[in-house]
Design a protein around this ligand. Structure first.
Ligand SMILES: Cc1cc2nc3c(=O)[nH]c(=O)nc-3n(C[C@H](O)[C@H](O)[C@H](O)COP(=O)(O)OP(=O)(O)OC[C@H]3O[C@@H](n4cnc5c(N)ncnc54)[C@H](O)[C@@H]3O)c2cc1C
Length: 402
């Protein structure tokens, strides 16, 4: 396999780099590197302006087909875009659930009317989205969900509770999995509905996380109504749509994330050098291991790219989430650990208006450390990833079902 990019692709890289560097060292310099893991509450207005600027300049939704307003970039160029975005310190994207999850789902399963109604506003950063899948009794076992929707005239009436709903407090819309046929078997009788977050009967309660801030929320539906035609992919066909959406979650954007990880590792090495730990044999071993794992992650991403035209998921794709989640958690730990006792000190006086601990703010390293604990949970926990690898990639016997 040839792992080099072509001259055209390298020219494209230059174009993206120039565009991003220009904005992130000029008008948007204040949000360079902000809004990432554990920092997602910061600079909301500025990041919304950034989202809209990218949209106006045609630099959102780069992988969407041109017919629906995207750039229609081939996979390699999408990867280059996301690599450059991470390298430039592009801020955490407020529109990533719209662009990366519901957008591709509507392109694949949505009606022409739904596509026309929603896709332009996602692309332009005018409407933000959140994902209403998980419930208190339905996480890894998602099909256990009990939120229900009943048709009343030309509206669905929703009742139930979602939990861990990222960015719900800032979202305009939510896509919700709800049971529409209570007599059907577990995986059937579920529909994929769209509802406005400001509809009467929708209540969002932020959950305070380890970081003291709230990336995710509880969302309650009490007789909340949404039009009957806002069901995607057909009534009672939501499981298929829901699984289709999850396959988009592993899109090209995750292939660029090793650049963000690389920046974190560089910071760890810089602190190790400043504090003399870079000459400590145990620390040298740890740094070398992190470096090697990061390289392996990059090569694995390249293998995924090479395999992208295979109809079935490749081995590289199966191990990807498990591999990067563990690595990122270890990077978070090392970032706090390398500063030794100093790593435990908060920034006194730098009051964080979003923090529950008044008078103090967590450092960026502490926020990252705490947030990376969740990497091995969301998007399929490590245990679930191992089950999937065992059953689907290695063909081992399935786990016993109760
Ligand atoms: C930061 C963050 C953001 C999130 N954002 C969203 C969001 O926007 N929208 C949304 O819908 N959800 C979101 N989630 C929820 C996420 O999808 C769930 O946390 C995840 O699916 C796990 O479900 P659970 O928390 O209910 O844990 P459970 O499923 O209850 O699992 C508990 C433990 O049991 C283990 N376990 C469960 N089943 C098995 C099994 N069969 N074999 C072996 N071990 C098993 C798990 O690995 C885990 O360790 C988010 C979660 C986090 C942490």
């Amino acid at each position: 396999m040839d792992l080099r990019f072509t001259p055209e692709e390298e020219a494209f890289r230059k174009e993206v780099r120039a565009y991003l560097d220009d904005l992130l060292h000029g008008e948007f310099a204040g949000i360079r590197g902000r809004g990432g893991p554990g920092d997602e509450h910061s600079f909301f207005d500025e990041r919304l302006a950034w989202e809209r600027r990218l949209g106006a300049d045609g630099w959102t939704c780069v992988g969407w087909p041109a017919e629906v307003g995207g750039r229609g970039l081939p996979l390699n160029q999408q990867v280059i875009y996301y690599e450059e975005y991470a390298r430039a310190g592009g801020p955490g994207r407020l529109g990533h659930i719209g662009e990366g999850l519901i957008g591709p789902t509507l392109i694949h399963f949505g009606s022409p009317e739904q596509q026309e109604r929603f896709l332009p506003k996602i692309r332009l950063g005018e409407e933000l989205w959140c994902q209403g899948y998980s419930e208190p009794n339905a996480g890894s076992d998602l099909a256990n969900l009990s939120t229900r929707a009943d048709l009343d005239g030309d509206e669905w009436v929703l009742n139930g509770q979602k939990v861990w709903t990222s960015l719900a407090q800032w979202s305009d819309w939510c896509f919700v999995l709800a049971r529409t046929d209570r007599d059907a078997p577990k995986h059937k009788g579920i529909s994929f509905l769209l509802i406005r977050m400001d509809a009467p009967g929708v209540e969002t309660r932020p959950i305070v996380q380890l970081t003291g801030t709230s990336e995710f929320n509880e969302v309650f539906f009490s007789d909340a109504r949404t039009p009957a035609d806002l069901v995607v992919g057909g009534v009672d066909n939501g499981w298929k749509v829901a699984m289709g959406l999850l396959s988009f979650e592993r899109g090209a954007s995750t292939l660029g994330q090793q650049f963000a990880f690389e920046r974190e590792l560089r910071e760890i090495v810089a602190i190790a050098e400043r504090t003399g730990r870079a000459t400590d044999p145990v620390w040298r071993q740890r740094l070398a291991s992190l470096h090697s794992r990061l390289e392996i992650m990059r090569w694995n991403s390249m293998r995924m790219l090479t395999d992208a035209d295979r109809p079935e998921l490749s081995e590289a794709a199966y191990i990807s989430k498990l591999y990067w989640a563990r690595l990122h958690r270890d990077l978070g730990e090392a970032l706090v650990d390398v500063a030794d006792v100093d790593g435990l000190l908060c920034e006194q006086g730098a009051d964080d208006p979003h923090s529950v601990v008044r008078g103090y703010a967590l450092t960026a390293a502490q926020r990252l450390f705490l947030f990376t604990r969740s990497d091995t949970i969301y998007g399929g926990s490590n245990q679930i990833q191992r089950n999937i690898i065992g059953e689907r990639a290695l063909g081992l016997p399935p786990e016993p079902k109760v």
